[in-house]
Design a protein around this ligand. Structure first.
Ligand code: NAD
Ligand code: WQD
Length: 352
């Protein structure tokens, strides 16, 4: 029988690509999403790509009664992938209570349900934000780099969620947890049927670049060119969302196959495994902009402005553990990734 995975936040950006990967891998998928940052049409996109419709339960993870019904209805479930969260760093500074309530309350409810309905495997969406600005000796960042004081309520919710999962796995010996720390996910499915759809003015670099190319924005503002990097702009590890999605399937497979845990305590302990998901290569803002212009033939007017508050100067992953233990590697060349982002933007803006 096909294994069944419940995916919270499954109509969102990373969730929808992961649902496609799971379905392509033969899993049955139940999506739980309150559509606070996505829409129903995403399911049409997933169905068009995979030839099969995943189940969508329009439920808020904070609504415990409704969540109970979902777990009851779809039992037995083999695993949960928990994406559902609010994710805008700036907004989390303005509305911290909303972020703590949604991001922590959702995980607590999901864990309660898992324990009640005997679901023992969970993959959690964490973030490289937990590392802050790592010291030079920790670049590229491995899972052993220290977690640093969070720079925003959003970042803090990721750290607290990780702690909750460690504590739950310690107390409930049947639980097994995989923490995936994503670097900077970008791009869209090659079909251009699903992709990233930020509300309002994008905060993230790639959506701002594609919207500028599409004529929705006059110009890109590059936040600072006086950093201690080769061209002065910040460096990040941009990871293709389709590659990232595949890592989730590997993580689920690994837990379900009961593979022995690779214990490198800390940070792994008591049936919790942590993986950094990135390419292992850092690219600067200006490299991204210039490569985008070259591969798409679109001009991106930009100006250099002052630094953005709270920005990290440079961070990129060591994906060595994920490569070795999960058997996963980010393989897609950046040119192809940037083109996928542009193809998606063109499709949703009806540009030929
Ligand atoms: P997204 O906003 O596109 O997806 C999140 C989905 O969760 C949305 O569809 C939203 O409607 C849903 N949701 C939010 N709160 C919910 C609730 N209470 N109940 C049910 N559904 C709810 O975001 P994304 O970029 O796909 O991110 C997915 C996860 O990955 C998040 O946990 C995010 O913090 C994490 N993450 C994202 C990035 C990134 O740069 N995109 C980087 C690191 C980690
Ligand atoms: C990338 C680079 C900007 C916009 C954020 C969250 C982090 C994680 C990923 C969830 C930076 C520069 C951007 C613009 C610019 N999310 N930039 N002009 O800041 O690495 O991380 O998303 O966990 O927690 O903080 O990503 O895409 O915002 O910025 O110059 O208009 O692009 O300064 O150097 P960031 P980003």
């Amino acid at each position: 029988m096909a294994k069944k995975v419940l995916v919270t936040g499954g109509t969102g950006y990373i969730g929808s690509h992961t649902v496609v990967s799971l379905m392509e891998g033969g899993y049955e998928v139940v999506i739980v999403d309150n559509l606070s940052n996505s829409n129903r049409e995403v399911v049409d996109g997933i169905a068009a790509i995979t030839g099969k419709r995943p189940i969508l339960e329009e439920v808020d993870c904070l609504d415990k009664q409704a969540l109970t019904k979902v777990f009851e209805k779809h039992a037995p479930l083999d695993a949960v992938i928990h994406f559902a969260a609010s994710k805008a760093v700036g907004e989390s500074v303005e509305k911290p209570l909303l972020y703590y309530r949604n991001n922590i309350g959702s995980l607590l409810n999901v864990l309660d349900m898992m324990l009640r309905f005997g679901v023992h495997h969970i993959v959690f969406s964490s973030s490289c934000t937990v590392y802050g600005q790592p010291d030079k000796e920790h670049l590229p960042v491995s899972e052993l780099a220290p977690v640093q004081k969070a720079l925003s309520p959003y970042g803090h919710t990721k750290q607290v969620n990780e702690d909750i999962l460690y504590a739950a796995a310690y107390a409930h010996k049947e639980l097994r947890v995989t923490l995936l720390r994503y670097f900077n996910p970008i791009g869209a499915h090659p079909s251009a049927l699903i992709g990233e759809q930020p509300n309002g003015v994008p905060n993230n670099l790639l959506p701002f670049v594609t919207q500028t190319a599409a004529g929705l924005r006059d110009k890109l503002r590059v936040f600072g060119n006086d950093y201690h990097t080769p061209d002065g702009s910040c460096i990040r590890d941009y990871i293709y969302v389709v590659d990232l999605a595949k890592a989730h399937v590997k993580a689920v497979e690994r837990m379900l196959s009961n593979a022995l845990q690779e214990t490198i305590t800390p940070p792994d302990a008591e049936r919790v495994e942590v993986f950094n998901l990135g390419t292992g290569r850092g690219l600067s803002v200006l490299e991204i902009v210039n490569t985008f212009m070259r591969v798409t033939g679109q001009n991106i007017p930009y100006e250099i402005v002052g630094r953005r508050e709270g920005d990290i100067e440079q961070v990129w992953a060591s994906p060595e553990k994920a490569n070795r233990v999960l058997g996963w590697k980010a393989e897609t060349p950046i040119e192809q990734v940037l083109l996928s982002a542009w193809n998606w933007e063109k499709r949703i803006r009806h540009i030929q």
